[in-house]
Design a protein around this ligand. Structure first.
Ligand SMILES: Cc1cc2nc3c(=O)[nH]c(=O)nc-3n(C[C@H](O)[C@H](O)[C@H](O)COP(=O)(O)OP(=O)(O)OC[C@H]3O[C@@H](n4cnc5c(N)ncnc54)[C@H](O)[C@@H]3O)c2cc1C
Length: 501
């Protein structure tokens, strides 16, 4: 049975998961053409070669790119993980470049397996700029001016690079995209005052990497809220009994935020914990001094309480299912708390939290909330804040990741042609949804899901769902349906995964 040519646009983690899932289910006749302009095939933006201080942000049990095989990454890592043990977490947390080797290895094995089965697999080292229907097929035009005919498309283009919120592009001393930090920090003089835009996980990467390079100058994290990500708590054996996908699916009449809160309340009551105290603590995240909050959370890394652990885990497992059932009013309530929700759902790893606290305590690092404007002036930067007046900085590093469902600028022209040809539509809350069964979207660009950015388990689930939809039902033993990323794919395991805020 010939299934024609599958065009995979973008070769990051999502594409690695997709190739792996295709190889696991493929019959003997097919073709895949992968389009990727970057030299770092299968690694995407986060997992390319970089400093050793740039670490993965989740334990191995939830870093498997093979959906349904939670030991896949752990098995690949083997004893090599021992030298990267995070004492707080109690598990290995390796440099992201090392994790990139795993993605590369997985994708290359999948390519070899597909070829062994007679598939034609080719990689085109060029970006796709446009798609157009032609004689029952889709013509993809690449940046090198060539045209490639495919029968189905998996859009795996990721979330893209930071937006330039303060219009600083081109200003000397402005770093528009921090990665790879091995390159961008190389040109930063060690005694300069560095202002990092953002206080999320990427800003934490920048601060701890500056420290690892023995930076002596001041480091300021600039943000509107001043809120840091919460801190991972060491995984424990607790298995949720109330806040579960099964309980959500029992409620055929729909679900509200109050129902979800009641389930968490039950979960915590069973463990003898106070739900109202957890809610009060989360509400305080917006106003509490970040250093004091960080200190309390560092002290709680190995504490036995389950409340925040369950909430963090549920945001990635129960969350996508519940989101689809929530009334729009409740989705808006959650969106209004998206900064806090993201900081709980995507915590920072203990080793980085401890380092950050040391930097704050030593006075080298500070967090400036209420940033209003940053301008390039007199050979440096003027930072205007509502709370601390004006500050000067020598170098500004942009560490604000694009919001989930943003269309990366590298794929903007392509998305426009897909929408114009009625192959895709823009989702009202951002992102893109297929309007033609030949299109599948995996990763952050997939519209319609919650506001958290994709984690590895979400990508793996989305990739597996796309593979099922791309292959004939006779091969997969499953019914086919269009896929649209993590919100649609099912994370079978209760994974407490990490996403970027
Ligand atoms: C800095 C960072 C760190 C992260 N760390 C973790 C972590 O530790 N654990 C975790 O679970 N999750 C993490 N995530 C979340 C998630 O794992 C990553 O975002 C993941 O890399 C997403 O994979 P992707 O393939 O969807 O996108 P990407 O990795 O961004 O890959 C997309 C690829 O598409 C290519 N592309 C774009 N446009 C085109 C085009 N027009 N034509 C052809 N190719 C194109 C790009 O060059 C790129 O290689 C992290 C995210 C970020 C941003």
């Amino acid at each position: 049975m010939s299934i024609g040519v599958i065009g995979v646009i973008g070769a990051g983690a999502a594409a690695a998961g997709l190739l792996d899932a295709l190889a696991s289910n493929a019959g003997t006749d097919g073709a895949v053409t992968v389009f990727e302009p970057s030299a770092n095939l299968w690694r995407g933006r986060p997992y390319a070669p970089d400093l050793d201080s740039v670490l993965v942000n989740a334990p191995p049990a939830i870093m498997s790119i093979r959906h349904g095989d939670h030991g896949h990454y752990t098995a690949w890592l083997g004893a090599r993980g021992d030298e990267h043990l995070d004492p707080g977490m109690g598990t290995p947390l390796v440099p992201r470049a090392f994790y990139g080797e795993y993605l590369e290895h997985t994708a290359e094995k999948a390519v070899a397996a597909l070829r062994e089965r007679g598939w034609r697999v080719q990689v085109v080292p060029s970006a796709v700029l446009a798609a157009a229907p032609t004689a029952g097929r889709l013509a993809l035009r690449t940046a090198d001016g060539r045209e490639h005919l495919v029968d189905r498309v998996a859009l795996c283009v990721g979330g893209g690079t930071p937006h330039d919120h303060y219009g600083l592009a081109g200003a000397p001393g402005f770093v528009a995209d921090p990665y790879p930090l091995a390159r961008t920090l190389d040109s930063v003089p060690p005694d300069r005052h560095i202002a990092v835009i953002g206080s999320g996980l990427t800003a934490v990467d920048v601060a701890v990497s500056l420290a690892a390079r023995r930076h002596t100058g001041r480091i300021s994290l600039l943000s509107r809220t001043g809120m840091l990500p919460h801190v991972w708590q060491r995984p424990n054996a607790h298995q949720p009994r109330h806040l579960t996908i099964a309980r959500i699916e029992q409620r055929r009449g729909g679900i509200t935020l109050d129902h979800l809160a009641a389930l968490l309340r039950e979960e915590m009551a069973d463990a003898g914990e106070d739900f109202d105290a957890l809610v009060a603590d989360l509400c305080a995240a917006r106003s509490e001094a970040p250093t004091a909050r960080l200190r309390r959370q560092v002290a709680a890394i190995t504490a036995p309480k389950i409340g925040r652990r369950v909430l963090q885990q549920a945001s990635h497992t129960v969350g996508p299912h519940a989101w689809a059932l929530l009334p729009e009013r409740d989705r808006d309530r959650l969106r209004a708390w998206s900064r806090t929700a993201t900081s709980v759902a995507s915590p920072m790893i203990p080793v980085n939290a401890v380092r950050l606290l040391e930097l704050l305590d030593s006075g080298q690092l500070d967090i400036l909330a209420g940033t209003r404007r940053i301008t390039h002036r007199d050979g440096g930067f003027a930072v205007e804040t509502t709370r601390a007046g004006e500050r000067r900085a020598d170098v500004v590093i942009n560490a604000v990741n694009p919001p989930p469902h943003a269309v990366p600028h590298t794929a903007a022209a392509l998305v426009t042609t897909l929408v114009d040809a009625r192959i895709a539509t823009h989702h009202p809350s951002g992102g893109v949804v297929p309007a033609d069964p030949r299109l599948h979207v995996v990763g952050d660009l997939a519209g319609g899901g919650p506001f958290l950015t994709s984690s590895i388990p979400g990508l793996a689930a989305g990739a597996a769902a796309a593979a099922r939809a791309l292959l004939p039902a006779a091969w997969t033993g499953l019914t086919t349906r269009p896929s649209a990323g993590p919100g649609r794919g099912r994370c079978a395991r209760p994974a407490g995964s990490r996403c970027r805020g």
